[in-house]
Design a protein around this ligand. Structure first.
Ligand SMILES: CC(C)(COP(=O)(O)OP(=O)(O)OC[C@H]1O[C@@H](n2cnc3c(N)ncnc32)[C@H](O)[C@@H]1OP(=O)(O)O)[C@@H](O)C(=O)NCCC(=O)NCCS
Length: 178
């Protein structure tokens, strides 16, 4: 297995990975929604605002994750992890955790302070995320499942309280994802 930061990637490859993974797990409509999101994010990867990392086996992509920047008034380097997909055939073999840990190490190397995500606390707690109160860090849009709002500090210090709603990349500025 090989884990890589993706710079020159094909939107179609990523969109088809996310569409098929989410169609299998959440149904076709969700598959189309998240496949479309992955395709938009892939088109904007610049390794700064939008970072994409992939897991490869025998030259084929079998998993991918995105980190996108959240901007606050304060200059605290913060990213959001989402979405995450591991191909159905390779799920449950630790590919997802290894890929996320690879990404977190890369962000730590870049001195990023905080990473947040929005998803299943049972899964993301395996890679260091904890429940995050919106009194500490607000989500960019209203959350339909506040218990899925999660965060972790990469700096070794507690997560700082950040005032105000952050601005997410425009691709996530859609209530359907929240
Ligand atoms: C969720 C997902 C990324 C996990 O990747 P993975 O490589 O299959 O998972 P790993 O092998 O790293 O981790 C397996 C562990 O996580 C648990 N797990 C896997 N998917 C889970 C889920 N959706 N919810 C809760 N726990 C989950 C497993 O029970 C297993 O637990 P164990 O370590 O105690 O045995 C992958 O299954 C996937 O792409 N699912 C469909 C899309 C999705 O739900 N994406 C996440 C939301 S953005």
């Amino acid at each position: 297995m090989e884990y890589r930061i993706l710079n020159n990637l094909s939107d179609e490859e990523l969109s088809s990975l996310f569409t098929s993974v989410f169609s299998s797990s959440e149904g076709e409509q969700e598959g189309r929604l998240i496949g479309g999101l992955a395709s938009q994010l892939a088109a904007r990867v610049d390794d700064q605002e939008v970072i994409c990392l992939g897991a490869y086996q025998d030259g084929s992509i079998i998993g991918a994750i995105f980190f996108t920047r959240l901007r606050f008034d304060e200059p605290v380097d913060t990213y959001m992890l989402s979405p995450v997909a591991v191909s159905t055939a390779h799920q449950g073999s630790r590919v997802g955790q290894a890929l996320i840990n690879f990404g977190l190490q890369e962000l730590k190397r870049r001195s990023v302070s905080v990473v947040v995500t929005y998803g299943d606390p049972l899964y993301y707690s395996k890679v260091g995320f904890h429940a995050l109160s919106e009194d500490v860090i607000q989500a960019p849009l209203d959350l339909s499942m506040p218990e899925g709002w999660l965060g972790q500090s990469l700096s070794g210090e507690a997560i700082p309280e950040l005032k105000g709603r952050p601005v997410c990349v425009s691709e996530f500025d859609n209530p359907d994802y929240w």
